[in-house]
Each structure stands twice: as structure tokens, then as C-alpha cells.
Write a protein that binds this ligand. Structure first.
Ligand SMILES: Cc1cc2nc3c(=O)[nH]c(=O)nc-3n(C[C@H](O)[C@H](O)[C@H](O)COP(=O)(O)OP(=O)(O)OC[C@H]3O[C@@H](n4cnc5c(N)ncnc54)[C@H](O)[C@@H]3O)c2cc1C
Length: 315
């Protein structure tokens, strides 16, 4: 079996979720895989440490255009004789994996949380993360997209040869005029964030978000919010997490003044550790929490910030 992994890149660097996808691909491929990336990337060779034996770089592709990138992946799969294609189930992976599956007449499993068994049965999330399904791919070509933070990236210390893509992906049918990062403050974008501090209607108004930002800044975390908070304009829409917002899987999710409605949980219940701060001991979020603080966010958040700063200073 030959495995090809799509490694997404942004701002001249292969992004974090790509390293996990390559680790996954290397395990599926019995120790190694080929990776494909694009643009003027400076760290393509680093994928070798995560199990890529070769990295193909399509330098001439500058934009994140799903049609062009899916043509690239399908073409490299053909050139390399790869029959198993791995993506990260992030924004780009979600857009490209189904297109590549169609091009290669491949069975697709999206949102895999574990490695395939010998007969290519794969565990994946279903119903917005409330259930798991085991799905078997029965076609010769296979496409799998891996949920970020589900298996982890493993540095095995190898190295990769980096080669230029030789092929033709055709002309794009759209022209990207401008792309702007939603997070203009330099924080890690939510889908890639390992630490997230989030707040909801319990914060009473946008003027109170300073205490949320203080904790996030101290920890190097990204801020998020519940949907009503974004709907009423207290926070920007790109911070809204949940079923209809961004789905995240950080190592730590701190939620203050959020009730824990199922639609909110659907986007955050893959977090490794959940800390809930709520004045109402009966708030549903406590059932999903690893740590719960029954208390007023206006008191608890500043104390957490202070405690974190002290901890940092002494370590
Ligand atoms: C189709 C559909 C899709 C949806 N998608 C999403 C989604 O993607 N994401 C999402 O978040 N919601 C979504 N919702 C809305 C969801 O059902 C809830 O209404 C929403 O999550 C509630 O937001 P909240 O917890 O901020 O507010 P509330 O439900 O009003 O909860 C506020 C909480 O703050 C606590 N609180 C109050 N004061 C304090 C204080 N001083 N300190 C600490 N705690 C305090 C209260 O006890 C309460 O638990 C969706 C709803 C529908 C119908």
C-alpha cells in the first residue's frame, strides 16, 4: 500500500495539523509515506521527522484554491501510485478530501479518530461528536481525513527528500482577490489552538471581555465564545464555537459563563481537558467538565490569571 498525505501550508509554513496527518499516514503506510504541499514553504523538510520519506512541493501554487489543490493531490497520487490519501479534517481538508475522493473513485471516511484496521474499518465521529461510527472502505482507492488532535503528531526523527512537483494542475476557475486572517491579533487560529479561553452570555456584555482576554494573553491561549455572544455582536463571528460554529479539539478548553447547551458541546467536546466556571451548580456544562468551578466568572477569571502568572514566574 502506498500512502500520500496532503500537508496544508499557510504563510510559508506547513501547519501543525499537517504533522499529525503525516504521522497518521506513516503509521498507515507501515513506517513511511509521501507528503505533498504547496507554495513557498520553508519547513517542508520537517515533515521527514514525522514519517514522510519524500515531500513534493508545488511551488507555483500560491493560493488555497480547493479545485487546484484537489487536482494537485489527485495528480501526485497518480504519479506516485498512491492508493490511500490522508488529510487533516481541518478547513482545507474538509474542502479537498471529498473532491479527491470523487476524482479517484475512492471511498471516503471523514473525521477519523483512530487508525484503520487490516480490512480498512475506521472509527470516526458521528452526530456532531455525540457518537462514533465504524466505517469500512471497500474500494481500492481510499481517502481518510483525520480529526485534528485525535492521534497526535509523533516525531520519529526521520528525514525526507524534498522534490519539486512536476505536473500540470490546469488553470484555476476562480481568482482569489484577497485572503485575510480572521485572527488579526496574531493569536493561533481556533482550529489549531491548543489552549482556548471561552465565554458566554454570563459575561453580561462586551465591555467585560477584558478579563477573558487577560487570562488568554497570560496563557498564550486563543479566545472563543458561545453563539449568542457572536449573534448579538459582543464578539466576532470567527470566535463562535459549536455545532454551527468552529469545531475545536484543544488540549485545554476553559469555559466561563456558558451553560453547556448540546449545540455548544458539539463543537468543544473533543477537547482533552474541559474547565467550566459557572455560578449555577446545575449548569449542564458541569456534566461534560473535567474540572468545575462553581463561582462568579468576574472573580474566578482574574484569580486564574493571577495564579497563572505567579506559576509562570516561578517556573
Ligand atoms: C440550531 C441551533 C444551533 C446552535 N448552535 C450553537 C453553537 O454552535 N454554539 C453555541 O454556543 N450555541 C449554539 N446554539 C445556541 C445554544 O442552544 C445555546 O442557546 C447557547 O449555547 C447558550 O449560550 P450561553 O451558554 O452563552 O448563554 P446562556 O444559555 O444564557 O448561559 C449563560 C450561563 O452563564 C452562567 N452565568 C451567569 N452569570 C455568570 C457569572 N457571573 N459567572 C459565571 N457564570 C455565569 C449562567 O448560569 C448560565 O449557565 C444553537 C442553537 C440552535 C437552535
Amino acid at each position: 500500500m502506498s500512502v500520500l498525505v496532503f500537508a496544508d501550508a499557510k504563510n510559508g509554513k506547513v501547519i501543525k495539523s499537517a504533522f499529525e496527518a503525516v504521522s497518521y499516514g506513516a503509521k498507515v503506510g507501515g513506517g513511511s509515506c509521501i507528503a505533498v504541499t504547496y507554495g513557498d514553504v520553508s519547513n517542508a523538510d520537517e515533515l521527514g521527522a514525522y514519517g514522510a520519506s519524500e515531500v513534493v512541493v508545488a511551488k507555483s501554487i500560491a493560493d488555497n484554491d480547493s479545485q487546484v489543490l484537489s487536482a494537485l493531490v489527485a495528480d501526485v497520487a497518480g504519479q506516485k501510485g498512491a492508493n490511500t490519501i490522508i488529510f487533516s479534517q481541518d478547513f482545507t481538508g474538509k474542502a479537498i478530501a471529498p473532491r479527491v475522493a470523487t476524482k479517484l473513485s475512492a471511498g471516503l471516511v471523514s473525521g477519523a479518530v483512530d487508525y484503520p484496521t487490516a480490512d480498512f474499518t475506521i472509527k470516526k465521529t458521528a452526530f456532531s461528536g455525540k457518537a462514533f461510527a465504524n466505517v469500512k472502505i471497500t474500494t481500492d482507492n481510499r481517502v481518510i481525513s483525520v480529526l485534528p488532535n485525535s492521534v497526535g503528531a509523533e516525531n520519529t526523527g526521520g528525514s525526507a527528500t524534498v522534490s519539486d512537483y512536476a505536473g500540470d494542475v490546469g488553470v484555476s476557475k476562480v481568482k482569489i482577490i484577497e485572503s485575510k486572517s480572521a485572527a488579526s491579533d496574531g493569536s493561533v487560529p481556533l482550529p489549531e489552538a491548543e489552549l482556548v479561553v471561552s465565554a458566554g452570555r454570563g459575561l453580561k456584555g462586551p465591555e467585560n471581555w477584558g478579563i477573558v482576554e487577560d487570562l488568554a494573553n497570560a496563557m498564550g491561549a486563543t479566545t472563543a465564545c458561545s453563539r449568542p455572544v457572536a449573534d448579538i455582536g459582543w464578539r466576532p463571528h470567527h470566535e463562535h464555537v459549536g455545532q454551527t460554529g468552529v469545531a475545536i479539539r484543544p488540549n485545554l478548553y476553559i469555559a466561563a459563563g456558558i451553560s453547556g447547551a448540546i449545540q455548544h458541546l458539539a463543537g468543544v467536546n473533543g477537547s482533552k481537558v474541559i474547565v467550566v466556571i459557572n455560578t449555577d451548580a446545575e449548569a449542564p456544562f458541569f456534566k461534560a467538565a473535567d474540572y468545575g468551578i462553581v463561582g462568579d466568572a468576574f472573580e474566578v477569571l482574574p484569580r486564574l490569571t493571577e495564579a497563572y502568572k505567579k506559576f509562570k514566574a516561578s517556573n
